[in-house]
Ligand binder design. Sequence first.
Ligand code: HEC
Length: 149
Amino acid sequence: MKSKNILKRLFIGLAAVLVLIQLIPVNRTNPPVTAEINAPAEVMHVFQRSCYDCHSNETNWRWYSYVAPVSWLTAYDVKEGREHLNFSEWGGLEAKKQAKKTEEIWEEVSEGNMPMKIYVLAHPEVKLSEPEKEALRQWAMAAERGEEE
Ligand code: HEC
């Protein structure tokens, strides 16, 4: 009887916490696109489908990004992602910086670090196919050659 009461209180307490944390504001912004990256259509398609949610100012804030505590993780990944690489502001980077980021993009993709694993798990359609990876590789190599000229 007594332990049942404790369980009931615990459950109500937990439910209350879940409701209350929804009131904590989460920063879900989509600032203006100032200088979007320019790449061949196939490469753009991959970036837009698989990277833009975290690496652009055009994040598709899905339903779960409105439900705490998942919303906190989502907002954090987008904030961090944009800070490291923002395709919407790419044109504003110096050529040298663009070259460095291009190299990093291929590195992260070829090593399977990007897109983030948890994101691929939630959205299997964002996984890069072999031909898509090859297109990214070609794009990165071409950019590198251009750099050296
Ligand atoms: C779910 C969010 C998310 C997605 C989707 C995502 N990234 Fe990231 N990415 C991050 C976060 C967060 C970081 C910074 C922290 C880290 O390095 O893990 C990052 C870091 C990077 C970096 C390192 C940049 C630097 O300056 O160190 C590169 C390059 C990168 N991502 C490329 C990509 C590419 C290319 C795609 C798509 C194929 C992609 N990411 C998809 C969240 C994401």
